[in-house]
Design a protein. Structure first.
Length: 134
């Protein structure tokens, strides 16, 4: 940290210390999304399972004013349903997080593999879809 305009080295050290203490006292870190923690599920078409979990590959930590219970909103965005096969770790969605007049977009990855249906099972699933049968 560079502090100019003070009359002595001692005054600069004191002012720097005050600024650092202010920062640590008045702001706190918040983990909004934990790495690997499933945050939602996304539908999968023509897969061995009908949905797959999604998680953030890394923590999203933000620094906010201390004591400020800022409203946080989350929005899941994806183009879907996903088409099988889906591999664990594939980027399949994103999480839009809005807080304190700011926005962060976190990529989300599949938490597990979803295999594609075999030929006969795939044909049966398509027929059920056309007939409106779940």
């Amino acid at each position: 940290m560079v502090i100019n305009g003070l009359e002595s080295d001692n005054a600069r050290v004191t002012e720097g210390d005050l600024l650092l203490r202010y920062g640590f006292r008045e702001f706190t870190n918040h983990t909004l999304v934990g790495a690997g923690k499933q945050v939602a599920t996304v539908p999968v078409a023509l897969g061995a399972t009908s949905q797959v979990g999604v998680a953030a590959p890394a923590d999203l930590v933000v620094t906010l004013p201390a004591g400020n219970n800022t409203d946080v909103s989350y929005l899941l965005r994806y183009q879907g349903p996903l088409l099988a096969p889906v591999k664990e770790g594939d980027r399949v969605a994103e999480l839009v997080i809005r807080f304190a007049d700011s926005q962060q977009i976190v990529p989300l990855v599949a938490t597990e593999d979803v295999a594609a249906l075999s030929g006969f099972a795939k044909g049966l699933a398509v027929l059920k879809h056309w007939l409106g049968i779940s």
